[in-house]
Design a protein around this ligand. Structure first.
Ligand code: NAI
Ligand code: MG
Length: 361
């Protein structure tokens, strides 16, 4: 297993936390679709660690908040995260092709959570074509094609979506990736781009990466054009380690890499900035299975494990990780998406028992 620890990054120092005497105050967004189900399961597992949390829970976000607040992202949610510095978040549905802008993208931009860190590693017990995937995607999270600069000329029927890439934005995500690789003993960084065609935007991103690589001589650096990378990842995922890329490419490669290790039900994520961190899994609200008690909460539980490390709760994080590895290796109490017979709540109950035992042992 790889280390998800983000503790060594300067963004993650939390001087105000007085451990042992205070509960961690964390903003909790259950979200919609499968969100409340996987969040409920994750809270069950977190309770088993014995770590004290004081959740600042905000149910109304996205479509629900539109009805009551007239906005999908009420200011009270941003205020809560700014105060608590840390949030745990379920997925939030975004209307496709119409309606309000993604709350997920807005949160990342408004809180300047520029690094989207998404580890994808094989869990023994899930049948996949590969047994040794161990990748981390570092996705630029605030600009690129998701910058929100869009224009439609109704007379000419021309639509523009601008991919804005800035030097500052590129430098900080690439720096984050290299620093992470260095502090976690990772060996390689691959920068993914489309600089043959998008010469100005991803070309600048590539040039910044090539130059910065000189400062990290112990880390092997290479680059790949996005289309080739998509093929490489399904043929030779073991050749890749840390992957840094722009917003849209990182979004797509994250779901692809999830597919290498068992699907969206098992892949965690974190949105990290210099001041705040919002922990959310890679997957969305999965309307096709919402309300059926069959979503896999592993992705959000692994996300919560990342949050525990961020909060300095290493022992609890290790207990969760060990329980997950053991329960998956036994493969008798898994959810349907990874070939098991359990519901969301059955899986969480079983896992929570293991976590409690690990904490006691
Ligand atoms: P999705 O990730 O919600 O679902 C894709 C497929 O994976 C579905 O078949 C779903 O059932 C399955 N899946 C996802 N999570 C799972 C889990 N935990 N356990 C078992 N199966 C799981 O992506 P989709 O359907 O493209 O998007 C649905 C909605 O979610 C959209 O409104 C989209 O905008 C939103 N979304 C929100 C995100 C967020 O809140 N950060 C991220 C991605 C999408
Ligand atoms: Mg996505």
């Amino acid at each position: 297993m790889i280390s998800f620890s983000l503790i060594s990054h300067p963004a993650t120092r939390i001087p105000h936390l007085k451990k042992d005497i205070m509960a961690h105050k964390v903003t909790l967004l259950p979200g919609d679709g499968i969100g409340p189900e996987v969040v409920g399961a994750t809270l069950h597992v977190l309770e088993a660690t014995g770590v004290a949390f004081d959740w600042d829970r905000h149910e109304e976000v996205g479509t629900a908040a539109m009805e009551t607040h007239g906005t999908p992202l009420p200011e009270s949610i941003l205020e809560s995260i700014r105060e608590n510095k840390v949030a745990l978040k379920g997925p939030i549905t975004t209307p496709v092709g119409k309606g309000f802008r993604s709350v997920n993208v807005s949160l990342r931009q408004q809180l300047d959570l520029y690094a989207n860190v998404r580890p994808c590693s094989t869990l023994a017990g899930i049948k996949t074509p590969f047994t040794d995937v161990d990748l981390i995607i570092f996705r630029e999270n605030t600009e690129g094609l998701y910058s929100g600069i869009e224009n439609f000329d109704p007379r000419l029927e021309i639509a523009d979506s601008i991919a804005r890439v800035t030097r500052r934005g590129s430098q900080r995500i690439i720096r984050f990736c290299f620093d992470y690789a260095r502090s976690h003993g990772r060996k390689k960084v691959t920068l993914v781009h489309k600089a043959n065609i998008l010469k100005l935007s991803t070309g600048m991103f590539l040039n910044i990466g090539r130059k910065m690589a000189e400062e990290y001589p112990e880390i092997e650096f290479n680059d790949r054009i996005i289309d080739n990378m998509a093929m490489q990842l399904v043929m030779y995922p073991d050749r890749y380690d840390c992957i840094v890329t722009t917003n849209l490419f990182g979004d797509i490669l994250s779901d692809q890499c999830a597919g290498l290790v068992g699907g969206l039900g098992v892949v965690a994520g974190a949105n990290i900035g210099d001041e705040y961190a919002v922990f959310e899994a890679v997957h969305g609200s999965a309307p096709d299975i919402a309300g059926q008690n069959k979503a896999n909460p592993t992705a959000l539980i692994r996300t919560a494990e990342m949050m525990l490390r961020h909060l300095g709760e290493t022992r609890a994080a290790d207990a969760v990780r060990k329980a997950l590895v053991d329960v998956y290796a036994e493969a008798t109490h898994l959810t349907g998406d990874v070939g098991g017979p359990c519901s969301t709540t059955e899986f969480a109950g079983h896992l929570a028992g293991r976590v409690a035992a690990n904490m006691a042992g």
